[in-house]
Design a protein around this ligand. Structure first.
Ligand SMILES: NC(=O)c1ccc[n+]([C@@H]2O[C@H](COP(=O)([O-])OP(=O)(O)OC[C@H]3O[C@@H](n4cnc5c(N)ncnc54)[C@H](OP(=O)(O)O)[C@@H]3O)[C@@H](O)[C@H]2O)c1
Length: 173
């Protein structure tokens, strides 16, 4: 099972304003590799807060099955959207999905990413930095009990100022 993150942050590492707003994200016409990335995953796994944000977008944007992580009753998805709810530890979630044949997950949401990182279950990190400082907001990264080392794969930049870096988890030396 491969667990990947494809996410945008401000220069100071926030994925949303404190109230969840994404108004600072540019609507750049450039191709930042999202579709190519989506081709590499078979299921999207997201935290409840991210799911509830996506519901406000209007049109449901995912063609792949989506799993929402939540300990509460889930707000029903739009008609036709393939959405199920799960809860448990990151390792329980990975094991349950693997048992159904899932091989590659797109993981989304700050708290959710932090929980999988703390459990040592994140394999690939693609972060697109937006050239803005927000000063405060919801962070991508949080506290860890041990250092996690990554191998840099590539960095790309676009005329809009977006800088995207891909890392894979470094194996223990
Ligand atoms: N910049 C970007 O590219 C980007 C990408 C994604 C999201 N965002 C933004 O980030 C914000 C959401 O991020 P966030 O850090 O607040 O939260 P999040 O990760 O989307 O959701 C966290 C919540 O999901 C539930 N959850 C997570 N793991 C779970 C597990 N293993 N078992 C059961 N429940 C679990 C918990 O809620 P309950 O248990 O209470 O249900 C938890 O509080 C939104 O504003 C979204 O738009 C931005």
């Amino acid at each position: 099972m491969r667990v990947s993150v494809f996410i945008a942050t401000s220069l100071d590492g926030f994925i949303a304003r404190t109230n969840g707003d994404l108004d600072w994200l540019p609507e750049a016409p450039e191709d930042h590799g999202y579709d190519a990335f989506m081709d590499t995953v078979d299921t999207v796994v997201m935290g409840r807060h991210t799911y509830e944000k996506v519901l406000t977008f209007g049109a449901w944007p995912f063609t792949k099955p989506v799993v929402v992580l939540t300990s509460r009753p889930m707000i029903p998805p739009p008609d036709g959207a393939a959405v199920t709810a799960m809860h448990g530890t990151p390792s329980e979630i990975v094991a349950a999905l693997a048992a159904t044949g899932v091989q590659s997950i797109y993981l989304d949401g700050g708290v959710t990413v932090q929980r999988f990182l703390a459990a040592g279950l994140l394999d690939r990190l693609i972060v697109t930095r937006i050239p803005v400082l927000l000063g405060s907001g919801l962070p991508l990264f949080g506290a860890l009990s041990t250092d996690l080392r990554w191998r840099h794969v590539r960095t790309a930049s676009w005329p809009s100022g977006l800088v995207q870096s891909e890392y894979v988890r470094a194996e223990a030396p």
